[in-house]
Design a protein around this ligand. Structure first.
Ligand code: FES
Length: 154
């Protein structure tokens, strides 16, 4: 199997069987994201403890790429600090929009490599929004302040 096939398999797997696809009932931050090009929506839930992501999940309806991106994002960011999350997003964003990202610190290189299957979208500008939707929503959840009430599950 060549690398392209492997990357495609990873995206398909996460698109069909997304990880952390659930409402996080004890979230203390959340945001709703929306791709205006297609109308797809995602909600990102976070439980922040100090500046660390103690838990993270998402739900919503999106294409295979946006779902796979959200799934991989939640897997990679669980347990990370907000600074690490921001560094990874910056790197990922630059890679999918400019074709290359700045070097990552050694302890984040492996996480950056896990995002490589999604970077093929750089050849398809309309798909860049699919791949970055969850990340932009995460950023909004962090910046948007906390939520006081427990999240309703229905
Ligand atoms: Fe809607 Fe990808 S087509 S998020």
């Amino acid at each position: 199997m060549d690398l392209r096939d492997l990357y495609q398999d990873i995206v398909l797997d996460h698109g069909r069987h997304p990880r952390n696809f659930r409402v996080l009932t004890d979230a203390n931050h959340l945001a709703h994201g929306h791709n205006p090009l297609c109308g797809d929506k995602v909600t990102v839930f976070l439980r922040l403890e100090d500046d660390r992501i103690a838990d993270i999940s998402f739900d919503g309806k999106g294409c295979a790429i946006s779902t796979a991106s959200a799934s991989l994002m939640t897997e990679i960011l669980l347990g990370k600090t907000l600074a690490e999350a921001s560094t990874l997003f910056g790197h990922f964003h630059d890679t999918v929009t400019k074709g290359d990202g700045a070097d990552l610190p050694p302890d984040l290189v492996e996480d950056g490599e896990r995002l490589l299957p999604l970077t093929g979208v750089k050849s398809y500008p309309a798909r860049v929004k699919c791949a970055t939707l969850a990340w932009h929503t995460l950023e909004a959840a962090v910046k948007g302040g906390g939520i006081a009430q427990p999240v309703k599950t229905e």
